[in-house]
Structure formats: C-alpha cells, structure tokens
Design a protein around this ligand. Structure first.
Ligand code: SF4
Length: 500
C-alpha cells in the first residue's frame, strides 16, 4: 500500500534525492528559498501563454481538494474533441495535472510546458511520470511532448506562439522509462514507510545530486555539521572537484592545505588559516590605474529578462536594460558628479535609455565597469537595435575598462574577500564597518535579482508604492557606482598614488 501521495513535482524531487521528500514532510522549516522571484513569475507567464497554443481550451481550476479537479477532468474528457489544461488524474495515489491535454476519439496527447530554452533530463522524468499515471488509468496515449522556449525567437508585432515555442515529441523515451518509474515509485514508498517516524531521520551523505538538476533547498541543513571553512567554501572551484576532495575525506581547509590544487584556491585557504595581512602588488595596481584617464566614468546597468518577449526586437531571456547609474569626474581633483536613468514602468525601456546614455557619456572618454563583459554585451545589443545611435554606443563600449581586474588577478587580495572578486565581497573587505557602503542597509532593493523583479513588477503597484520602489532602485544602483568610485580611490591609496 502506498504511504505517500505523489505528484509530478514530488516524484522529480525524489529522483534527485529521496530525503527531500522526508524533509518536506518532517522538517520543512529547514528549507531555504533558492528560487528567484523573476524566474517563478516568468514560469507562470509561460504556462498561461502556452495554454493558447492549440486554440480554445477548457481549464480545470485549481482546487486544494484534488478529487474535485479529477472529477471536473472526467466531465471534460467526455467532450471530445477538446483541449484541456491542468487536466488532473490519480492512479494508486500517484497524482498529476497535465499542462495541456489534447483529447479526441482516438486518444490523448500530453504536452508538458517548460519555461526553459533547453530540455533537461528531469523534464523527461516529469513527462514519463504523467505517462505512467495516464497509461495505468487505461488512456490511449498517442504521444507525449515537451513544449519549451525557442531562444532564437525575436518578437516582431503580434506574439507568434508557434515560433515562440519548440515542441519535442518524447513518446519513445516516456515508454522506455515506464519500468524505471514503477520501480522508483515502489522505492519512494518503501523509503517513506521505513522512515515514517519524524524522529527516525534517514542518513544521506551530500553529493553532486544536491545541486543537480536544481540546488536543493535543504543544502544548509544537510551541511550544518561540516566545519567552518570547508571545501565547499573554496571560491570558483568546480563542484565535481569539491566533491572529489570531500569524498576523499579532505573536508576542512587544514585537510586541503597540501593538496595539488590551483594556487588561487591555496591562497584563499592560506589567508583564512593564517590570518594574513592583505597582499598588495603596487606595481601591477599602478599599471592598471595607468590605463584609466580623465574624464573618468563609472557605469552600472540594471536589467531584467522576459521569457515571453513583450516588445519588438526582443528575444526570450534577453537582458533588457531599464536603469543605469553613472558617477564621473571630469578632471584631476575634480568634483565627483552623478547622473542616473530609470525607465518608466510598463514600456520598452531600451530606446530612452540608449538616448540618455549617449547624452550622458561623451565619445572618447574612459568608462569603467565592474565585470565589464555584462555592460559591454548590453551596449552591443542596444547598438544593434538602434543603428542611428550605434556609432556613439560602440564608442562608449570600446572605451570600457574593467575595474574588477586588480581583484580578479589578485593584485589586491585580503582574507575578507574569501576568494571572491565580486564587488559584494570586495567592497565590505575594503571598507569594513562603513554603513553607507553596506548593501544590507538599503531600503527595498539589495541586489540585482531584487532590482530586476522590482522593476518588472512596478506596474502592479499603486503610485505611492511605485515611488517608494523607484527610490529603492535609484539608491541601489547609485551605490553600485559609488562603490566603484570608492574601490578606485582605495586602489590609488594602496598604490601610493595621490592623483592619476
Ligand atoms: S541537500 Fe542533498 S542530501 Fe540533503 S536532502 Fe537535499 S539533495 Fe538530499
């Protein structure tokens, strides 16, 4: 007898690790939210738009009483031919809702909708589980499909669903997985029966599975017994390499200190264990600073992405810039000045942003960005979209220098950077205890992910709320470029350069 009511999401979680289901049942408060709000919102929008793909459809409304959804589905299945979305079924305590179900006198077709631009293995498990439920209920399943986003699509006028979505027939794969699914369901039920007491916690060693296909929400919980400063704290090291060391019992920094690994990893460990003084290579810092010149600009963009492009010329998940902050100093000993741009809500922000950018940054000036590949790619896309502005935009792009280099190359490194060269680590390392440079103290928006979501969600707020959010966005992006100015000043200071 089954002891758990499975759904397709529970089945997929158990494919990753059975213990996730146990923790969800007995220790759900230990979960850490690893999902990003923008991604969730994009997923919901894709699901809703996809329902229209085959034309008129009947939706089975969600009901926490799943038997109601199953009953509604049974009624709709009688109206052949028809398209049913969220059609819901239960076989032997294995429940599933089918995103889109095509139903005619010859049988049914299953369509699972994904907001991703690729097909991941876990999607095959997801759809094969649905096949298992419906096949065991006696349906004649003609075919099963995954519907996913076509990253090549560029919107031009009305949304063209047949171009926006790719559809892959995976019927053969689903059929080939049926024995595996039956075995896995049996295994899940035996596992949950064996550990049916919340006190009787199953032991499970962490592995690559904890991050594949998704980062598990219980990673913190399952790693809490590890020592502070362990192999998983080594920045930029591949996960597979970390797990190799972990499985060899080389877990703490002390264990790893004499391993044959990249010198940057060893340097991080050395600084942590030996509390070393900052490493400052003055000549290299000076050489880097020599590449900068006045007038000197500090630029940072904020962007958002749409799975369903709402504007002409936009592809799914393209980075759409909606905001920038610009600090600048005209001449040596000049005053620090600031300009900024934040688009209105609910419009394509790119043209007005591009026009503002070419007004704010003259040609042939030195522009700095932190991790410049991002700013460069955004400007390149703007130049492609607006040929009349492209010469100026590309001039700005060609004059960008990367302020991250001294930290990425470790010309300047200290323990507090913890192996990272991200500005979110570098800034507090260079300016500890400065509340004005602390992102935690900001109102409303504290990181790029929050900024993206806040902007794309602006239209759903009242005027007063919008004003507050917009202010939060301006303060956040302004701190990004002020931080760059402070970092540049610190580089000059440690390299003993009074002025460049
Ligand atoms: S963190 Fe790893 S071991 Fe723990 S429940 Fe998640 S996948 Fe399983």
């Amino acid at each position: 007898m089954n002891c758990i009511y499975l759904s397709k999401s529970k089945y997929c979680k158990a494919k990753q690790c059975n213990k996730i289901l146990w923790l969800e049942k007995y220790k759900s408060s230990e979960a850490v939210n690893v999902e990003n709000e923008s991604a969730l919102e994009n997923g919901t929008k894709v699901g809703e738009i996809a329902k229209n793909y085959f034309g008129k459809y009947t939706n089975i409304e969600f009901n926490s009483d799943l038997s109601k959804m199953i009953l509604d589905t049974e009624l709709q299945l009688k109206n052949k031919p028809n398209i049913i979305t969220e059609a819901s079924f239960n076989f032997d305590n294995n429940f599933c809702s089918v995103d889109i179900l095509k139903n005619d006198i010859n049988g049914i077709e299953i369509y699972e909708v994904k907001s991703s631009t690729d097909i991941h293995d876990i999607y095959l498990d997801d759809v094969s589980y649905q096949y298992y439920v419906l096949d065991n209920l006696g349906f004649n399943i003609k075919s099963v499909h995954i519907m996913y986003i076509n990253s090549e699509y560029v919107r031009n006028g009305e949304l063209e669903l047949e171009k926006l979505f790719n559809i892959k027939d995976i019927t053969e794969i689903a059929i080939s997985k049926q024995n595996e699914i039956q075995e896995k369901i049996k295994e899940i039920n035996e596992y949950m029966q064996k550990y049916d007491n919340g006190e009787n916690e199953p032991e499970k060693k962490i592995s690559m599975n904890c991050f594949d296909p998704y980062e598990c929400a219980y990673c913190n919980y399952c790693t809490k017994a590890l020592p502070k400063n362990n192999v998983f704290d080594i920045r930029k090291m591949q996960k597979s390499k970390k797990f190799k060391l972990f499985n060899e019992g080389k877990i703490s920094f002390e264990d790893i200190l004499y391993e044959d690994i990249n010198e940057k990893y060893l340097e991080q460990i050395d600084f942590e264990l030996n509390d070393k003084e900052p490493k400052i290579e003055k000549d290299k810092i000076r050489d880097f600073l020599d590449t900068l010149s006045y007038p000197l600009y500090f630029l940072d963009f904020e962007t958002f992405q749409q799975a369903i492009p709402e504007y002409d010329g936009v592809s799914p998940y393209m980075q759409i810039p909606f905001q920038y902050s610009l600090h600048y100093i005209e001449e040596e000993n000049g005053k620090l000045q600031h300009k900024e741009f934040l688009a209105e809500a609910g419009i394509d922000p790119r043209r007005t942003l591009a026009e503002s950018l070419v007004k704010d940054i003259p040609k042939n000036v030195c522009v700095t960005a932190y991790n410049m590949s991002f700013e460069k790619s955004v400007i390149k896309k703007l130049a492609e979209a607006y040929p009349d502005l492209s010469e100026h935009l590309l001039n700005i792009r060609n004059n960008i220098k990367d302020l991250m280099i001294p930290f990425k190359e470790r010309y300047y490194y200290c323990k507090a950077m913890q192996g990272s060269y991200s500005i979110k680590y570098v800034l507090p390392a260079l300016f500890p205890n400065d509340p004005e440079l602390d992102y935690h103290n900001l109102p409303v928006v504290h990181n790029g992910g929050e900024a993206s979501y806040a902007y794309s969600d602006l239209v759903n707020h009242t005027k007063e709320e919008q004003d507050e959010i917009r202010n939060g966005l301006l303060v956040y992006c302004g701190l990004d470029t002020l931080a760059m100015v402070k970092v540049w000043e610190k580089l000059k200071e440690v390299a003993n350069i009074i002025n460049i």
